[in-house]
Design a binder for this molecule. Sequence first.
Ligand code: AMP
Length: 482
Amino acid sequence: MTTFETLNLNEKLLRALKGEGYTSPTPIQSQSIPYLMDGRDLLGIAQTGTGKTAAFALPILQKLLLDPKPTPRRGCRALILSPTRELAGQIHESFRSYGKFTKLTSEVVYGGVPIGRQFRALNNGVDILVATPGRLLDLVNQRAVQLGDVEIIVLDEADHMLDLGFIVDIRKLVGMTSSRRQTMLFSATMPKDIAELASAFLRDPARVEVTPVATTAERVEQKIIFVDTAHKQMLLHKLMEDATIDRALVFTRTKHGADKVVKRLEEIGVRASAIHGNKSQPQRERALADFKAGKLRLLIATDIAARGIDVDNVSHVINFDLPNMPESYVHRIGRTARAGAAGVAISFCDREEHNFLRAIERTTRQQIPVIENPLGSGLGMPPQPRVKGAPSTENPRTTRSGKPVWQRDRPEKKRFDGPRPAGDAAAPRRDDQARPGQHARPARQETSEPRRWNSGTSNPTAERTEKPTREGTVQRNRRFGR
Ligand code: AMP
């Protein structure tokens, strides 16, 4: 099995990944990282939610660490182009998180905010620059930045950039970089335009394609309960008072955790059994047979042991611990609502699991409804912020054709080949106009108060809001980890 260690990532990056709670690479990561660390160009067909940001961010950080150089004046060593400022902000945050134990510097620039502070921020150069194409071109034209020293360039969500009419800007920007650069292009789809762009920019690229994780089983009613770790078992006992929970699969993260849950259930007279890697084959078979026969109300399982469990009429899946991989969540809840039946998935979420919940909601593009903790309020805190703009599964926003908005048809490709007349209402959206529903984080200048993040999560926005320099401008070339 591929692990981050077997990918030969630098120890500083491994430490940061551990802090993020990532235990193993996602498919796009395990497939792309070896090619990228070999210096190959890459054509990645992957959607947001597959872990593609780390797939390009980790090899970039690794390369810059292995070949330290002074930052080029008014330049950068790695450039990431993103279609919207929201995505640019997220990518920058990811670089800061994965690179927090390094001294590499980064900046993000996008439209819709004053350009002056970006001028100053780029004056001494940075290692990594994340930018939307329109604003970057403005900065280049005003000589705030030059791209001659770019060693690595990433075109993220290339199909979306084309939709937004950035093709001319992108061609210009890529044309300013050296032909010796390493190039990566990521796109969720591969229409003709993108294939042409790829053949123009990429040299003998490795091609990596990952299919998006299955959309969350639609019949499953999903719920979240925020609860402190110490009260999870009590919460499970409380749920057992609900007679509609007649056959439930309970997932824990560890084998030891599964055994503990069983022991404490038995103490209150609830019949349960655990199924995990430390159980012998006969023990596992017996537990599964009893569960199937309805002799056991609860089966406690770990992810690995649950693979291949196929039991009809599982009324509930209970995530005693949230999985750290969004894909596992989708697989787990798919154990209920089988064979046309309805099903409910209830997930317990403690403070440590807020990031896992955010990743799940981003991947499934849903906001899971929160239900009140039946043990009483104050025993669990919701994360700040939850994924904004993700539709609730209770009340999904739909398009006119009745499809959920995240499944809407993509708009027809718009070409933009010349200067745009001022005030042209039909002009394609630019980076200062986020496409509705896409990365619908509120615009930075519209945020009335600093966003709060959990400790340990770096957030440039909050830092900027809270720590202005004396002149009231952002601190420049902020180093990771400070
Ligand atoms: P992305 O596709 O880059 O937007 O990533 C989607 C989500 O998956 C983000 O919330 C990441 O933090 C999370 N993620 C990325 N890689 C991993 C991993 N190897 N293990 C667990 N979560 C991950």
